[in-house]
Design a protein around this ligand. Sequence first.
Ligand code: TTP
Ligand code: CA
Ligand code: CA
Length: 645
Amino acid sequence: MSEPTESTDPVKLSRFTYRQLQGLRHGSTATPLRVIAHIDLDAFYAQCEMVRLGTPRETPLAVRQWDSLIAVNYAARPFGITRFINIAEARRLCPDLVLQHVATFREGEGGRWAYRDDSYKKINTDKVCLDPYRAQSRKILQTIKEALATWNDDDNGDNTQTPKQEVTVGLEKASIDEVFIDLSPLVYKALLQRYPELRAGTQDENRDAELPIPPTTALQWDRDCLIDLDKIETEEDDPDWDDVGMLIGSEIVRWVRKAVWEKLSYTCSAGLARNKMIAKLGSACNKPNLQTVVRNRAVQDFLGGYKFTQIRMLGGKLGDHITAAFGTEKVSELLNVSLEQLRTRLDEHTASWLYGIIRGDDRSEVNPRTQIKSMLSAKSFRPSISSIDQAEKWLRIFAADIYGRLVEEGVLENRRRPRVITLHHRGSQSRSRQIPIPGSNVINEDLLYDLANTLLRQVVADGQTWPCSNLSLSVSSFEDGVSNNKAIEGFLVRGDQAKALTRSSRPRDTDTAQGGHLPNDKRRKLDSDGARIDQFFANPVHSEDTETGEQGTSQQPEMDAEPNGIPRFTCLRCSKSMPEYEKEEHDDWHFAKDLAIQDREEAKVSQPTPPTKSSTRGATARGRGGRGGGGRSKTEKGQMRLAFQ
Ligand code: TTP
Ligand code: CA
Ligand code: CA
């Protein structure tokens, strides 16, 4: 960071106004000075195993699930090992590859998960357990929070001019290994500390006056990967406050990544940009262990190199529809299509959303919704099962799996408890049955098992139960217990409070805005916007969001109580709100999608399948490192408001 000096050109002013600067303070989604980070762990499950096993970083390692690879560390990638080859091929490419199977539950072994040497050949009796990765994910998130809370502590400490104040940082856990952070309020504070000349105008009447230009003519980007500026600008053009803000943001992200490395030995990559969409594309540009900054002046060129199907929300049916309608997948070509033309083939809302998004306009919030909405434990059967006895054994495992996760969620301390339990069954057709979990009972494994068994009997009574190719149990409709009924939005960051940070907790949807720093109307608008995009489809947009191993952990639909008493539910995957009677069909649709992914994995045991659509990664290398490629057709969980776990 250069020292502030007097501006050499008193006439020249910034492109930004005091109002836009102020927008940073409360995390306005409209200000062009916004600084959003997306942090994604490198080869996450593989790193978890490396940390657990103490594997040197240069040792090639992959995580397997039956005969498939689900994560490949960076030491193994130069050998050509990817998620889309089978075990035999991986061994051939790299004989020294360490292959670690995921932990499993095993039929008849008391519902406890373990790492077992023979799991890979026990697909019939074992069930994958992702608890170890969830636990690491939680630790990493906690470390990120603490690092954010202590960043700039020194500056804060001795600076008497700026009163010490709490800064609310929005942090959205987007999947098991990634997080969005709205750094704007922290950047705002640092800007005012470092550039006192910015303070004067923030109290002025005339908020729309331009800011003075930054006193620096060159910024020190340290080890960041910078996306090249659009051709109309060059590095010789003086930076403006958006660049300075990004630089501060990248300083924060470096600090956070350093903490994750030093405390937990995980590397991660990050993207910084003015919104979530671009930050997410950025984080994938230079993996592993690097951060990429997409400055505002670089956005258009950056996006132009992508297929729009690589942009979040556009990986599924909507992307396909647009490709067919306009005969191209390229952002650069779609930029030539006018809004009017888009409207001829898309509904009004989708057209203007698309028009904006390919121009880098994404005003979605970093949403600190932190609670798990549901938990699901599932198993596909190859071959199918055909008796109650067999099904009951799996219900035991499901009950143990879910109970373990409930304990982590604070069920024992009565912090939260689910109100509904559902059994999904797939035989000749898909069916689900659900019942309330009696509020008077203590939730334990036996209760879950008994309820599951009741549901199983109902399914059996319906007939056509066997053969059954898939069973799963889920619990949903969580409510907060008496010991935890305070809504905390985001978290408070103050150096001296850092230690006291606990996981955010908040009641369900209806209470979301109460303690929030985001206006209610904004949240509602966003929710309804999302719904409108989804209405474009017969089925939900996010058809490929589930990361195989993590499926169903947090994304089942959630029942909502409507003021008029008509039961509705909002699907957390696609934000679609609908009458309760549509829930089951909708639920089943998502569910079938999840299972299809698992089926694909498990089918590989007997017959290797070709790469899925999600393998079309990295068509465009944009970063300075020229590696990676900026995105993937797979949309990720990060694209929706999702629960922490
Ligand atoms: P990703 O973040 O997509 O991938 P990654 O962390 O393994 O590698 P990268 O460095 O490119 O980010 O997924 C995170 C974890 O989710 C991954 O380690 C394993 C799991 N996962 C699956 O189980 N199946 C899948 O198909 C995908 C995409 C991920
Ligand atoms: Ca990752
Ligand atoms: Ca990820």
